[in-house]
Design a protein around this ligand. Structure first.
Ligand SMILES: [Zn+2]
Length: 101
């Protein structure tokens, strides 16, 4: 077993594990209920972690992780310069105040 990813949020860990399993890479989420102890232990011990079963999947797993990261940043919200509300990246105008994004 190899730890491939440490998530900040539980849903984030499950997203990664789902994608890995879809890609045929057997993976597991650990520490999913441990976030309440963050603060008492070093953060990476208390955070949800994604582990893969087989070392030979490591390279492919890293590619899947990279794909998830780039898809996430492509969809990142744009913050309005006028009112500060986040709008989807494909919006030209702020949904809230109509300012050019
Ligand atoms: Zn705005």
């Amino acid at each position: 077993m190899i730890r491939i990813y440490t998530a900040l949020q539980r849903y984030d860990a499950y997203l990664v594990a789902d994608r890995l399993n879809q890609a045929g890479i057997k993976s597991h989420v650990f520490n999913q209920h441990a976030s309440s102890i963050v603060g008492d232990v070093p953060p990476d011990v208390g955070q949800p972690q994604v582990w893969i079963e087989r070392e030979c999947d490591l390279e492919r797993a890293q590619i899947v992780l990279r794909d998830i990261a780039s898809a996430g940043s492509a969809k990142a919200d744009v913050l309005c310069g006028r009112c500060g509300e986040p709008s989807p990246a494909n919006f030209d105008l702020c949904w809230n105040c109509g300012a050019q994004l």
